[in-house]
Each structure stands twice: as structure tokens, then as C-alpha cells.
Design a protein around this ligand. Structure first.
Ligand code: HEC
Ligand code: HEC
Length: 207
């Protein structure tokens, strides 16, 4: 009886370990369908308009995958870049698979974006802390409590496109996009000049 009990327990452990192993492997496998655009290390590819994903929060990544898959993001006619993502998000809608994949990506080494944007660091810091830092964190590292993603590592082209899309209602307009709506509201309070300085400040934060 007791021995039987221990055998069952041992089998359970083996099953759990095998399961975890399969999941880790699964994740790497799943990520192979993202590599062509987001890069082997999740470093992104500016020429393909694909942002860096490495080191981003898992909950943020998963939310975006769900948004793309359900039309909350990428379904607007003008969102030509978001549309590219839709079929890939739709190919991974199993929650367990999604979770394994986003955990894998969040554990990749974060990158620093190449940028030739120059701005006024002092003003950038002032604007950033006044208008963005409360949600995105003092060093643009993101803030889980406010559902706000990390902003470091995003290339300027992607960053500015998102701000523009938030301003024009191409992102953050859908009725189920609770968090995007907050950001859309914020985006309308920033001038282009302020944004350039903010971007410069963020690029100086590194990792
Ligand atoms: C054919 C190219 C391509 C492939 C393959 C691809 N993506 Fe993307 N992905 C993009 C583009 C382009 C964007 C930017 C969309 C935009 O500008 O709004 C994007 C955006 C994203 C975002 C949003 C990032 C953010 O900061 O909000 C996530 C998350 C993402 N992709 C995950 C994935 C995952 C996971 C896979 C693999 C299952 C994948 N992508 C495959 C092109 C691709
Ligand atoms: C009230 C809180 C709040 C403030 C203030 C705020 N944001 Fe956001 N921001 C968010 C949230 C939440 C998201 C995630 C939206 C989503 O899940 O789609 C976001 C998303 C973003 C994104 C998209 C990131 C990506 O990977 O696609 C950018 C860029 C951004 N914010 C920049 C800024 C800048 C610049 C400022 C200051 C001018 C700012 N935010 C102020 C809450 C905020």
C-alpha cells in the first residue's frame, strides 16, 4: 500500500518534470515562427517594422497576442503593420502555449535600441517624468501595477508609429481595449517636439 503510494508519487514527479521540459522546448519551438521578423534573440528588425520583444513583460506580450488574435489590435483598415501580426497571433491561441511562449521571450536578454535621435535630455527627462513616468516607471522600465510595458529597447520608428496610432485612434480605440484607451488619452497631450525629447531621454536609459 505504502510502496504503491510512493510509486504513484514518483510517477507524478516524473510527469511534472517531463511536462515542464516539454513546455520549455515547446516555447523555443513556437518561437521559431517569430524569428523571421523579431529575430533569433527577440532583438526586433527595424527594416521589417518588427519591434524588439526581448525582456518585455510576459503579461504585456500575452495581452498583445490576445489583442491581435481577437481584433482589438491590428483590425483597423489603416493599421497595415498591425495586420502583419494578426495571422501569427491567431496561430497560437492556446493559453498554455501562449504562456510558455511569452515566458520564453520575457527571459531573453533585453536589447538597447540603435537610435540617432537627438534631443534635449533635460527637457526629455522633465516631460517624461511629468507625463509618462507615473505609469511606465522612472527609467521607462515598465510597471506591472499599472499594466504599462517597458519602453526601453523599442526602436524610434516603432515607438513613434505607436504614438501616432494612439493619437489617430488606430490603436487604443476598441471598446475592449481598456489599457490602450488610457494610453490613447495620454498620447494626445504630447507635442512632436516633446515626444522627440522624451524619446531621447528613454534611449539614454539603456537597460
Ligand atoms: C512577418 C513578420 C512577423 C512575424 C513572423 C511575427 N511578427 Fe510580431 N510583429 C510584427 C510587426 C510588423 C509588429 C508591429 C505591429 C505594429 O506596428 O503595430 C509586430 C508586433 C508584435 C507584438 C507587439 C509588441 C509590442 O511591443 O506591443 C508582439 C507581442 C509580437 N509581435 C509577437 C510575435 C510573436 C510571439 C510571433 C511568433 C508567434 C510574431 N510576433 C511573429 C511582425 C511579425
Ligand atoms: C495612465 C498610464 C499611462 C501613462 C501616463 C502613459 N502610458 Fe504609455 N501605456 C500605458 C499602458 C497601460 C500601455 C499598454 C497598452 C496596451 O496594453 O495595449 C501603454 C503603452 C505605451 C506604448 C506602446 C508600447 C509598445 O510596446 O507597443 C508606448 C510607446 C507608450 N505607452 C508611450 C508612452 C509615453 C511616451 C508616455 C508619456 C508621454 C506614456 N506612454 C504615458 C499607460 C500609460
Amino acid at each position: 500500500m505504502r510502496i504503491g503510494h510512493w510509486i504513484i508519487r514518483a510517477l507524478c514527479y516524473v510527469a511534472v518534470i517531463a511536462h515542464t521540459y516539454v513546455h520549455a522546448n515547446d516555447a523555443q519551438q513556437l518561437y521559431q515562427s517569430c524569428v523571421a521578423c523579431h529575430g533569433e534573440q527577440g532583438q526586433g528588425n527595424t527594416a521589417l517594422n518588427a519591434p524588439a520583444l526581448a525582456g518585455q513583460y510576459d503579461w504585456y506580450l500575452q495581452r498583445q497576442l490576445q489583442y491581435f488574435a481577437t481584433g482589438i489590435r491590428g483590425s483597423q483598415a489603416e493599421d497595415t503593420h498591425g495586420k502583419i501580426m494578426v495571422p501569427f497571433a491567431k496561430s497560437i491561441t492556446d493559453e498554455k502555449q501562449q504562456q510558455a511562449l511569452v515566458t520564453y521571450i520575457s527571459e531573453l536578454e533585453p536589447v538597447t535600441a540603435e537610435t540617432d535621435i537627438k534631443g534635449d535630455l533635460k527637457n526629455g527627462s522633465r516631460y517624461y517624468h511629468g507625463k509618462c513616468g507615473a505609469c511606465h516607471g522612472g527609467q521607462a522600465q515598465g510597471n506591472t501595477s499599472f499594466n504599462a510595458p517597458k519602453l526601453t529597447g523599442l526602436d524610434p520608428q516603432y515607438f513613434l508609429r505607436q504614438m501616432n496610432h494612439f493619437q489617430l485612434g488606430i490603436r487604443g480605440q476598441h471598446q475592449d481595449d481598456k489599457w490602450g484607451r488610457q494610453m490613447a488619452m495620454m498620447s494626445k497631450t504630447i507635442s512632436d517636439k516633446e515626444l522627440k525629447d522624451i524619446l531621447f531621454f528613454i534611449s539614454e536609459q539603456g537597460e
